[in-house]
Design a protein around this ligand. Structure first.
Ligand code: NAD
Length: 351
């Protein structure tokens, strides 16, 4: 029930709007503005019930608070969900996004948004016609464009840091890395890994996409059903969430899991399962923060390309610190990341 969800949530504000013309429920969840204006993507999806859409927005919004804090940039966490009856196209889509833009604008500077599942740079341009705080609009509209290449760069730095922690050297020469999902982020990551001398394996449910990339960068193709259980140094989930669960973790034959997919752990206990299996896990919201770093850094903090690259390399530094603390405190890397983020939130609540 919507009331129960809202009553039990620990966030700051929920804006709910029912859009009659399209039958869409719009949920904007501002989880925390303790460290600065709250930022997070706008997801468009179909859900079994409106409450499922709200729950998704709430969960994603709290994760954004941790992501911004773990990345140490001065923003809070938010997320919006447009729970549509079916994914709209053309004029219908544009009109829906404009009405959503009005809702977002009513929240002012404290709700800053960008693309997410099923929303594009072109969609951000439309929302940006109504709301002044929309990130990743097209460069033609003065935005920072596609965050994918920057997410990929951050993951690359994160993999190097993880390899250094596990094997004593960040050198990727000869290390086998399996990239699952070679879309916007995964393909660029695979390219950088190949350039760095890694033995790259790629997998995608679109075999033509995987094949073309493999030919171009000299990688091998792995069928999607063979990913879990394949022996490699690093498994990089770059497609879907929840690939790490009670069933898959015992089958993994890798030393490290480090990829860009959101919500890689199906449940909290999976962090313990990974550490019990001797697998080093790079917490997803830390390693995949490159897109946020680039968008919010360039558009809001005035960072130049050199500063952005330094901060993307900082994804590796954050992970090194998380791994160090996890060992020192004898906790999982997921728990260490959360402690680090919460400590930063506590500092802000005292100031
Ligand atoms: P994308 O849609 O461009 O690419 C996903 C790829 O995964 C596609 O090629 C698709 O065919 C493939 N795929 C889907 N199911 C698969 C399966 N079962 N096995 C193998 N391949 C499969 O998406 P993206 O923008 O590259 O993002 C990938 C993941 O990273 C998503 O989970 C996304 O939420 C997350 N993420 C992306 C960004 C970003 O900047 N784009 C930032 C943070 C997190």
């Amino acid at each position: 029930m919507l009331e129960d969800l809202i009553r039990s949530w620990d966030g700051e504000e929920v804006a709910v709007h029912y859009d009659h013309p399209s039958g869409t429920w719009m949920f904007v969840c501002i989880h925390s503005s303790r460290r600065g204006p709250a930022g997070g993507g706008t997801r468009m999806n179909t859900y079994a019930t409106p409450a499922d859409g709200l729950e998704d927005a709430m969960r994603l919004s709290s994760a954004m608070t941790l992501k911004m804090a773990a990345t140490d940039i001065p923003f809070g966490g938010a997320k919006a969900v447009l729970a549509v009856p079916s994914l709209p196209e053309g004029d219908e889509r544009r009109r829906l996004l404009l009405r959503y833009g009005d809702l977002a604008a009513s929240l002012g500077r404290n709700f800053q948004t960008g693309p997410d599942v099923n929303t594009t740079i072109a969609d951000m341009d439309v929302i940006g016609e109504r709301h002044a705080h929309v990130f990743c609009q097209s460069e033609a509209r003065g935005g920072s464009g596609d965050p994918g290449p920057y997410t990929a760069r951050g993951v690359f730095h994160g993999i190097r840091a993880s390899v250094a922690h596990a094997f004593g050297t960040a050198d990727l020469d000869g290390r086998s890395v399996l990239v699952q999902g070679v879309g916007d982020v995964g393909a660029r990551l695979a390219e950088q890994l190949a350039e760095a001398g890694a033995d790259v394996l790629v997998s995608d449910i679109d075999p033509a996409r995987a094949g073309a990339l493999a030919d171009r960068i000299g990688a091998s193709v792995v069928p999607p059903e063979s990913v879990i259980g394949l022996e490699c140094d690093v498994y990089a989930p770059c497609a879907l969430g929840a690939t790490l669960n009670a069933e898959t973790i015992p089958q993994l034959r890798c030393r490290i899991v480090a990829g860009c997919a959101n919500n890689q752990l199906a449940e909290a206990a999976d962090a313990d399962r990974l550490s019990g299996a001797g697998i080093l896990y790079a917490p997803d919201y830390v390693i995949n923060a490159g897109g946020v770093i680039h968008a919010w850094g360039t558009e809001s903090l005035g960072w130049d390309p050199e500063t952005v690259e330094t901060r993307l390399a900082g994804v590796g530094d954050s992970l090194r610190e998380i791994y160090r603390r996890a060992e020192a405190d004898r906790v999982t890397t997921e728990a260490a990341a959360e402690r680090l983020a919460r400590a930063r939130l506590d500092v802000n609540s005292r100031t």
